[in-house]
Design a binder for this molecule. Structure first.
Ligand SMILES: O=P(O)(O)OC[C@H]1O[C@@H](O)[C@H](O)[C@@H](O)[C@@H]1O
Length: 329
């Protein structure tokens, strides 16, 4: 697991020639709207598609297209900043899971501090490619920032590195894109992991198949913590699942529903791992913030990230990775 990976990007990534994009701004038409209220930023396209992002954790808590909700949030989730949101897309940084005690992140809580820190809203743009000036109207990008200067004293003490995060959430007419940019602002190198812990709504978990993971090696945290190779082309969820799929060759992991009906396509951008998680019956009962008790039937977590080993950033270096989402709702 402790394979050190070289960051595959050392620039901002925004100028990467082959960067996948859902953005296709047009020249005229009504503009997207953005409002900020009660610690939450809401963006809406002229089509009515919308996204809501809490400043707490920069957690996406709603993404609707065609009037339908893509994102699962527990009825008992705390949305008041008292604990990480149970649902949505919490941002995991700088460590995934319980950090190893012998690593620099070892004193941090499970999944690090990004999901339980309050981020700054940095602003919006209609397109990352400068299309705003051409009147681009069918996408809107929201940027959120977190740096070593605005995390808690305890977190800073536990992980005393100078870093800057920019999380960009782009709502387009064809989908949603969420990208995390990590920069080493300090004088010494640091190692990190990142993960977008996305909870997706499904009608019925027993009808779901997760495609695009066939032949991939995964760590099974439920079974034995050991390594296995995925033999199913469409993974079925029939009990508790907690797996880390590593170095996945296929770019896209798709969720399908009853009779193979497409539900969601998740395309990784510059990251190669994906966690599949569903707590099933007993663990759901044991989690006070996951309600109702049959919630496990109505979501699956497909969490893209870089969690197999560590990304190392030298001073001044930058990493960027994330996901492009296409809903079939
Ligand atoms: O309860 P938390 O900290 O939000 O974590 C939920 C789950 O998150 C998943 O990403 C992990 O693989 C699981 O092991 C973990 O149980």
């Amino acid at each position: 697991m402790e394979r050190a990976k070289k960051p595959s990007m050392v620039s901002t990534g925004l100028d990467r020639a082959n960067r996948p994009s859902i953005l296709s701004p047009s020249i005229t038409g009504p503009q997207p709207t953005v409002s900020i209220e009660g610690g939450k930023v809401t963006a809406m396209l002229p089509t009515g598609d919308s996204v809501e992002v809490l400043l707490y954790g920069a957690t996406v808590i709603s993404w609707k297209n065609n009037g339908k909700e893509n994102i699962f949030v527990s009825e008992a989730a705390k949305l008041d900043g008292s604990k990480p949101v149970r649902g949505g897309i919490p941002v995991v940084f700088p460590a995934f899971g319980p950090p190893p005690k012998d690593h620099a992140t070892g004193a941090l809580p499970q999944h690090g501090f990004a999901r339980n820190s309050t981020w700054e809203y940095l602003g919006k743009s209609s397109s990352e490619s400068g299309a705003l000036s051409k009147g681009g109207d069918d996408s809107v990008k929201l940027d959120f920032g977190l740096s070593s200067s605005n995390i808690s004293v305890d977190h800073k003490k536990a992980w005393p590195y100078d870093f800057g995060l920019v999380y960009s959430v782009t709502l387009g007419k064809d989908g949603l894109q969420t990208m995390l940019n990590v920069r080493n602002e300090g004088k010494e190198a640091f190692e990190f992991q990142m993960l977008l812990h996305s909870y997706w709504t499904v009608d019925d978990i027993t009808k779901v198949a997760i495609n695009g993971l066939g032949s991939t090696t995964y760590t099974d945290k439920v079974l034995d913590g050991g390594e296995h190779t995925e033999s199913q082309t469409g993974l079925k969820i029939t009990g508790e699942v907690d797996r880390v799929y590593k170095s996945i060759k296929q770019d896209t992991t798709s969720i399908s529903s009853i009779d193979g009906k497409p539900r969601l396509d998740v395309t990784r951008d510059n990251i190669s791992d994906t966690v599949i998680w569903n707590p099933w019956i007993a663990k759901t009962k044991a989690m006070a913030d996951l309600r109702p008790e049959d919630s496990y039937k109505h979501f699956v977590c497909v969490e893209v990230g870089s969690v197999d080993g560590w990304q190392k950033l030298e001073p001044g270096e930058t990493f960027e990775g994330g996901q492009i989402l296409k809903s079939h709702l």
